[in-house]
Design a protein around this ligand. Sequence first.
Ligand code: T3D
Length: 262
Amino acid sequence: QSDTVLVTMDHGVLRLTLNRPDKLNSFNEEMHLALRAALQRAHDDAGVRAVLLTGAGRGFCAGQDLGDRDPRKGGPAPDLGHTLETFYNPTLRLIRSLEKPVICAVNGVAAGAGANIAFACDIVLAARSAKFIQAFSKIGLIPDAGGSWSLARILGEPRAKALAMTAEPLMAERAADWGLIWKAVDDDQLIGEAETLARSLAEGATRGLGLTKRLIQAAATNSLDDQLDMERDCQREAGRTADYAEGVTAFLEKRKPEFSGR
Ligand code: T3D
């Protein structure tokens, strides 16, 4: 196991801490593989009922480690399409396809792919001092790790283009006002609040939450008719879970439900 991503499990919450603080948790190959393995575990292990992603030290993640891309070292230009396909895209797909809540606690600067990985998560809390930077344009690249998609979809073209072309830092509070993240919280409250949220979601009706994620993600490309059909199918599935039976029983018995995630 690599120490570039610290992995702990507590009360159904798989906590993943990007851990290359000296490099603001920028991605080298080892960290890519470690994050992917941890996300795969979240898919495979039924005991994992929520994921909490954060960063060690003063930054969340500064995107690609540019030390690994130093043109002065000579050799042919790297095939960045290949590195996206091999490293970033599988991670993005694992986050979006995981039918369990993924909470992101952005503890500090999130730049390049680091910002866009945060935007791919389901519920994003950020420290008030944190900023998001589409750093790509500063080095001649395009927004990747799903950024061209999430920025355009969430913000619309004017703000997406301006953020991507200027690489102007976007402070947490404004990111929340613009709907890019759930909320900005005081720096010293961030981890506590994110842990409380992750834990309460991990105690929730996991299948129902997973199906909710599937539906909301599908809505952007579905017609209303398609979405209504999908709601019918997902509600049918949710209605067959033990957690639905428990939820209704607990309501009728005027007590707190004890969901099992099944
Ligand atoms: O290549 C592919 O596979 C294609 C995919 C690309 C995806 C991408 O993410 S491309 C974008 C890459 N990221 C960047 O361009 C951001 C570069 N970093 C910065 O612009 C700044 O560091 C920040 C704005 C994020 C933070 O600034 P600041 O002033 O708070 O910190 P700093 O002093 O710049 O950084 C602290 C240390 O982290 C410093 O190391 P040192 O001097 O103390 O030894 C700095 O070099 C290092 N660091 C920060 N970001 C990176 C990094 N080292 C390597 N790669 C980084 N991305």
